[in-house]
Write a protein that binds this ligand. Structure first.
Ligand code: HEC
Ligand code: HEC
Length: 264
């Protein structure tokens, strides 16, 4: 058991080193790209001022005064995407209870950024794009459906995403796409096991206790193994996928799509 743990630790250290090397390059590019498209702290702070001046009277300082709307928590009546918010703030609501505003582009983006940052002037604003475009990216360019299963369709090698919109926040979904290495759930890590019968099992860890480990193997079978039957148990620290090749506009669309997945 002791040597098993040692192998594990050594592997983890190696993994982390590899990871650092791997990430040093793409990180820089990612940061630059984010600078171009993502809402900035500046935008959030502009939005904070405009919100106080133009919206707080009706919606309240916490955004929760209008029935059925909680702006800080991202709860709206009809709006889903940032484009929806743009349209509503510009045109007002149909019933005429909320007037339209003719903001400059930067002001409009600022208010949306402030809402998406949960009213935290120092927060990170999440961009939520168009769910329809997001679904097309999920199944096409993003390659996501090659690993993920939704509502019974797709492989089981990666977590099933059928209800991901109900269990994760927009912020954690965005982080998962932009920077999977920091978002990885430890339990989901890829593993490589060798049994006493010299069978090698490569898969994804689902669960583990002191004596057993459960994995989904590469043939998508659920396996439960006694640790005492293993001669080797390696856990990879590397993310099971590289940061996505989608740009931040596209990531926003995919996040918009994932948020619509709330189980059957
Ligand atoms: C005069 C009062 C008033 C002002 C000012 C106001 N709102 Fe509203 N807002 C409302 C009411 C009332 C509703 C609910 C509308 C309905 O049920 O048709 C609403 C709804 C909304 C919704 C949800 C719409 C949907 O269909 O999902 C958003 C988003 C919103 N407001 C944002 C803002 C922002 C941002 C500002 C400031 C730029 C603002 N509002 C200013 C009264 C106001
Ligand atoms: C090569 C296979 C692969 C591809 C391609 C892939 N993923 Fe994943 N994804 C995984 C694995 C494995 C995990 C779980 C382990 C981890 O977090 O790395 C995961 C985790 C996730 C999670 C977190 C699940 C949770 O329970 O929190 C989300 C969300 C996600 N992926 C979305 C996507 C989206 C969207 C795409 C396409 C842009 C994508 N993935 C592409 C393999 C993949």
């Amino acid at each position: 058991m002791k040597s098993l743990q040692k192998t594990q630790t050594a592997l983890e250290i190696l993994g982390v080193l590899g990871l650092l090397l791997l990430l040093a390059g793409p990180r820089v590019a990612l940061a630059q790209e984010l600078g171009d498209h993502q809402y900035t702290t500046d935008a959030i702070q502009t939005g904070s001022r405009i919100y106080t001046r133009e919206c707080a009277l009706c919606h309240g300082p916490q955004g929760d005064i209008v029935d059925g709307v909680n702006l800080r928590r991202g709860q709206f009546k009809t709006a889903q995407s940032d484009d929806d918010l743009r349209r509503i703030i510009t045109a007002g609501t149909g019933g005429g209870q909320m007037p339209g505003f003719s903001f400059a582009d930067a002001e409009l983006s600022g208010v949306i950024a402030y809402i998406r940052a949960g009213f935290d002037p120092d927060g990170i604003a999440v961009r939520i794009g168009d769910p329809v475009r997001g679904q097309a990216l999920f199944e096409g360019k993003g390659d996501c459906s090659n690993c993920h299963r939704i509502n019974g369709v797709g492989p089981r090698t990666a977590p099933d995403l059928s209800d991901i919109g109900a269990v994760r926040t927009p912020a954690s979904l965005q982080r998962n796409l932009l920077d999977p290495a920091t978002a990885i759930l430890p339990i989901n890590r890829p593993v490589r096991l060798v049994t006493r019968n010299e069978e090698t099992i490569i898969g994804r860890r689902l669960n583990e206790d002191t004596y057993t480990v459960q994995v989904i193997d590469s043939q998508e079978r659920l396996r439960s193994l006694k640790k005492s039957d293993l001669v080797s148990y390696e856990i990879s620290m590397a993310p099971s996928k590289a940061p996505t090749t989608l740009n931040s506009e596209e990531v926003a669309d995919v996040v918009g799509y994932l948020l619509t997945l709330r189980g059957l």
